[in-house]
Design a protein around this ligand. Structure first.
Ligand SMILES: [Zn+2]
Ligand SMILES: [Zn+2]
Length: 110
């Protein structure tokens, strides 16, 4: 869901208009708490599937139905950390976004 979708839904439900900065502050807070992840390529946010502990996510994004599946992808993140370490790069976050077709869409065919 994008920030503006969220704003219009809040407006529809509460019959008031929330200001964009309020929504962005709330989204930042939820991200800090590890309850949502930002999907940069869609400019949207998704509820975390495993918010019990902080983690970076690997998101598999279906280009057709926009379903997003989350994986912690430990091996992949270890590989990225190793590459970063080799070049002295300090990693502050790793949200990996992979686009393609989900199983249902792949089976249905394009
Ligand atoms: Zn997550
Ligand atoms: Zn799909």
């Amino acid at each position: 869901m994008g920030a503006y979708d969220l704003l219009s839904r809040l407006g529809a439900e509460r019959k008031t208009r929330a200001a964009p900065p309020t929504v962005y502050r709330a989204l930042d807070f939820l991200m800090e708490q590890g309850l949502i992840h930002r999907i940069n390529s869609l400019n949207a946010y998704i509820a975390c599937f495993g918010p019990h502990r902080p983690h970076d996510a690997c998101l598999f994004i279906c280009e057709r139905c926009r379903t997003v599946e989350e994986s912690e992808a430990f091996a992949l993140r270890r590989a990225i950390n190793a590459q970063a370490g080799d070049r002295g790069f300090h990693v502050t976050g790793q949200t990996i976004e992979v686009t393609g077709l989900c199983r249902a869409c792949a089976v249905a065919g394009i």
